[in-house]
Design a protein around this ligand. Structure first.
Ligand SMILES: [Mn+2]
Length: 268
């Protein structure tokens, strides 16, 4: 059992096949904290509209959140994202409280060493969401498959006297745009954190775990529990670290459902 002052997770996407629920369940079981921030896209309401996928393991995650609030006296702060925006409707006068669980649009957190952090999911600061799917796709086995298809596609094009067309180059261009998209997002958020006179920002949304300095602002991104399985944690001295479940985890949480192909319906 490991204790932290605060834990931040985002982009769990419960209700989708891609959610690494077994890993998250094990992570929550082994960690306690004073503050648990759920930084958006925890429940995927978009996917649920297309037919219900809700294994009991996903229920267990929800029960763990409630259990932490009730039994471990953890203050749970749920900040909805764009995929769980249905919860935003419940936020009257900017907050909804149920015992130790609060639902708010955004929050501020003061670390043990006095730094003020702005906590927000981040979709409001996202210009173009679509490019992201290409980035997750590129590192994938799907990329090799694309190149293979490309060979056959061009044989057909040649048959019809058409010039060579590089599919993989087209994908690479998309990836470049995805990288600049993320750069845009991170800098927009950091600028806003500076405008709000905070020392840093903790967000999610782009499924890209990060802990870095952007100008004068500490930029943290929780990452996700679809691919990266990451969490941000604050220790008792106020030090914030980015944890990768792959590095701290155990093999017994390995029984996972097959993830969905990200590029088909991947949206953030
Ligand atoms: Mn999102």
């Amino acid at each position: 059992m490991q204790h932290y002052r605060a834990i931040w997770i985002s982009d769990v996407h419960l209700g989708t096949k891609g959610c690494k629920a077994a890993h998250l369940n094990a992570f929550l079981k082994e960690h306690t904290c004073e503050y648990l921030y759920l930084v958006g896209d925890i429940i995927d309401g978009w996917r649920m509209r297309q037919g219900l996928f809700w294994p009991s393991l996903h229920n267990r995650i929800i029960r763990r959140f409630i259990r932490k609030a009730e039994k471990e006296n953890t203050k749970v702060i749920y900040i909805p994202g764009n995929h769980d925006e249905f919860l935003r409707e419940y936020i009257h006068e900017h907050k909804l409280e149920m015992g130790n669980i609060r639902i708010v649009n955004e929050a501020y957190h003061e670390t043990e060493n006095g730094d003020l952090l702005w906590i927000v999911h981040g979709d409001a600061y996202d210009g173009v969401a679509q490019y992201h799917r290409w980035l997750t796709f590129a590192g994938d086995a799907g990329y090799n498959f694309l190149i293979w298809i490309n060979i056959y596609l061009n044989r057909i094009r040649k048959l019809f006297g058409l010039p060579y067309w590089s599919l993989s180059n087209a994908v690479k261009n998309k990836v470049k745009r995805a990288v600049s998209y993320m750069f845009e997002f991170e800098h927009t958020i950091a600028r806003e954190a500076l405008r709000r006179k905070t020392d840093g920002v903790i967000c999610g949304h782009i499924h890209q775990p990060a802990k870095k300095l952007i100008g004068k602002v500490q930029y943290y991104n929780c990452g996700d529990w679809v691919e990266n399985c990451t969490a941000l944690v604050e220790d008792d001295l106020g030090l914030i670290q980015l944890l990768y479940w792959a590095e701290i985890g155990h093999e017994d949480s390995d029984n996972e459902v097959v993830p969905e192909l990200n590029f088909l319906g991947g949206s953030i």
